[in-house]
Write a protein that binds this ligand. Sequence first.
Ligand code: NAP
Length: 260
Amino acid sequence: MSNNILIVGATRGLGASLGALYSRRPSHHVFGTTRSSTTPSHDSEITWLTEIDASKPDVGQKLVSQLPASTKISTAIISAGYFGFETFDNPDWDKQVQMYTTSAIGPVFMVHHLVKAGLLGEGSKVILVSSEAGSITLRHEKEGGGNFGHHASKAALNMVGKLLSLDLKPKGIAVGLVHPGFMRTEMTKSVGFDKYWDAGGAVTPDEAAQSLASFIAAFDISKTGEFWAPRGPADIGTAEDVLGKDLSTPLATAVVNYSV
Ligand SMILES: NC(=O)c1ccc[n+]([C@@H]2O[C@H](COP(=O)([O-])OP(=O)(O)OC[C@H]3O[C@@H](n4cnc5c(N)ncnc54)[C@H](OP(=O)(O)O)[C@@H]3O)[C@@H](O)[C@H]2O)c1
């Protein structure tokens, strides 16, 4: 299969780093999405798909309409995400709607339309960028409550990924869920988590993209529906408290399990 890589949410952070990484590789071509109607001026190697908003009902159709019909996507990585900070005292309805639609609803419609259009098929991989934050098992008093929309929308995405894996296994399409690592990006800075970057072992999005790309290269249908943390437990704040010491890297996560 041709090495066409689709990255949803490629303008900043992890998505931008993945776009740069894959577009440097020979015989790879990157399709990257932006919410804007104009293409970013950087990364001229990337074919930009515009006005792709994961929180909108027509996201799947818009995605498919801008990809050449004959394209076969080898790997689709949905990295788009939004973190709206909340506490118990200040839950926020609009932020929650934006997080659930972006994180857990949009991916269903994007994958549905890509598969129905024949752009994803036998041998394709779908990587849903989730978070250890979506693991019920890993939630612990050390990090407390709050952030309902962010954490619960990732838990919902984990279920979506599991269900898609069951739908798509007969078609030979592998679906993986990942915690990409704690990253020094606008997302974590926007909620004040930059104060934890040093102590929490946060990495640059370029570093996270490297480990994720290595993981994706080895990921196949034998692991479909599984949740993995390619960078291991080091930047998962509650990993040792909940799971114990001497955890492996990559961390296979029936462990970062999304069950109750
Ligand atoms: N940062 C971390 O420590 C961390 C940890 C675990 C998991 N993650 C996950 O990793 C992924 C990437 O995170 P990041 O830190 O790289 O985030 P980021 O720097 O904030 O970048 C977010 C990206 O998602 C796009 N995006 C946001 N809302 C969108 C929407 N409704 N439709 C389409 N695209 C949208 C943004 O596009 P615009 O430029 O248009 O805003 C941007 O390209 C996210 O899914 C996040 O939840 C991050």
